[in-house]
Write a protein that binds this ligand. Sequence first.
Ligand code: ZN
Ligand code: ZN
Length: 175
Amino acid sequence: MSLTIDLSKLRNRVGTKETINLVTKEIPFLEDITLFKPLSLELQVLNLGFIYDLKGTLSTELKTTCSRCLKDMTFELTATFEEKLINATDLFKVEEIDQKQIEEEYRVFNKDDKVDITEIVVEHFFNALPFKFLCSAHCQGICSKCGKNLNYEKCNCIIAEIDPRLAILANLKQD
Ligand SMILES: [Zn+2]
Ligand SMILES: [Zn+2]
């Protein structure tokens, strides 16, 4: 499946804006990510004359697990993005932009006025993912010795965390 927007109503109408809402229950290519809520996309497309300005907000909730305590949790994900779209047949009509600029800053589409924005959405979805999922910023995690969830119980394990720089100093003193 793919996410497609139809620009036919905007074609040849410079300055016209259209709001498009899309909802999908799964992220194409990312079926292993479980969505708790469907992914909703709020898009605004503005015809700038050959170039379309696409502004979007994506939002969803993911089902995942805390990376410290492994508890099931949901994560609210939102991201805003902006892209410039241009039809391949219009490329030569825009004189003030060069080929390099087009490659770097524009999304070129080919099929009539139906633009597949799957890649754009997947890219911005990925960028919005945190490095780690945490059930709370204060999550104590699981004791690496006894396996107790330290958010709920205490343990008496002593986990020696020696700063490697201090360890070197200690060795030097012994010599
Ligand atoms: Zn946690
Ligand atoms: Zn412990």
